[in-house]
Design a protein around this ligand. Sequence first.
Ligand SMILES: NC(=O)c1ccc[n+]([C@@H]2O[C@H](COP(=O)([O-])OP(=O)(O)OC[C@H]3O[C@@H](n4cnc5c(N)ncnc54)[C@H](O)[C@@H]3O)[C@@H](O)[C@H]2O)c1
Length: 386
Amino acid sequence: MIEETKARKILRKFRYGMVGGGIGSLIGDVHKRSIDLDGSAQLVAGCFSRSFETSLETGKMYELEENRIYRTYEEMAKAEAAREDGIDFVVIVTPNSSHYPISKAFLENGIHVVCDKPLALSSDEGRDLKRIAEEKGLLFCVAHIYTGYPLVKQAKLMIENGDIGKIRSVRGQYIQGWMATPVEKTGNKQAAWRIDPKQTGIANCMGDIGTHIEQMMAYVTGLRIESLCANMTAYLGRELDNDGQVLIKYEGGASGMLWASHIVIGHDNDLSFIICGEKGTLEWHQEQPNDLIVKMLDQPTQVLSRGNGYFYPEVNAAVRIPSGHVEGHFVAFANIYRGFTQDLEALETGAPLKYDYPGVDAGIEGNVFVERCVESNRNGSAWVKF
Ligand SMILES: NC(=O)c1ccc[n+]([C@@H]2O[C@H](COP(=O)([O-])OP(=O)(O)OC[C@H]3O[C@@H](n4cnc5c(N)ncnc54)[C@H](O)[C@@H]3O)[C@@H](O)[C@H]2O)c1
């Protein structure tokens, strides 16, 4: 067994609150279970729903004290800031349109923020959140959790190390099939708000999962987008896109294509990439997250398998169980929270911050990406500067 899979010491258990994540919702519970995996923070407060009854029911299920289950997020931010034992950070897992006001309320009350993606409805809102966080000296994490997978870190480190040479061409995709039929008409709450521009913003699919694959490619390759052109399509009479392809020219000459879709039947959560350099190619699939495929010039294909001794130490530090014991989504989430809570610890001990999690800049870049894609699509898929 490699050393890194052993249990780690937690310096202090942080206290956190949640906004959104009421019973019947999707991602709040995944955040909680992922934080519980390492035990670095405990849920102590919440405003889980706009319905106080649902909020109460959810808070009781999580064994919270009743006086820390709130009617509104505004009330929660003020009350928690005023308590000696108030929350250290808040997790925001509401639909997109409320990310900005909720994040702002907690930042203004001196509370660190983890906000789900997309960060805000516009890059201007995102920049405003960055400004407040910086002024107050607060940490801000955006839950682009897919970069928490150990083998994604390995791909990033191999590229930084020059293993596949200068990058020439990349392809990233995040395709799902769950909205291939009008599920919003059959009581699917998650689909209903995603197709509504008032709740989801100027784009649906490109903001919802396009931002995930954009952030993934930026994280792994380090490439910056110079310009892009996008083709986005709305199906089933919906107002916003369900499918989109983006061609990209990166600074330094590399080229790329990204595909985000909610209507690809048979693809459940197919986030994957191919990164082609001058010496070799890396390939990774989120649905087989424990393998990284490496194809070097004139050599047979290698499959690197998570948890073995040949990985970079930072990669094995992100692993919880030995090789061959399958790890997945919760661990990727937990790795984002590990990076975030390690920086919270560093703020208390005076150690240097490592920023080993997607920060507010990644969120702003996601918003810019969506804005440029929509602009390009409206102009007949014209090339636009990033
Ligand atoms: N990081 C990821 O991998 C990932 C995955 C899925 C969803 N998301 C993001 O998470 C967010 C939530 O998505 P979801 O699918 O869980 O949505 P959902 O509809 O399942 O849940 C939203 C929850 O927020 C609550 N809510 C709404 N407004 C509120 C308010 N003002 N105060 C308190 N609670 C409020 C709702 O009652 C509900 O409980 C979205 O921004 C989505 O893009 C991220």
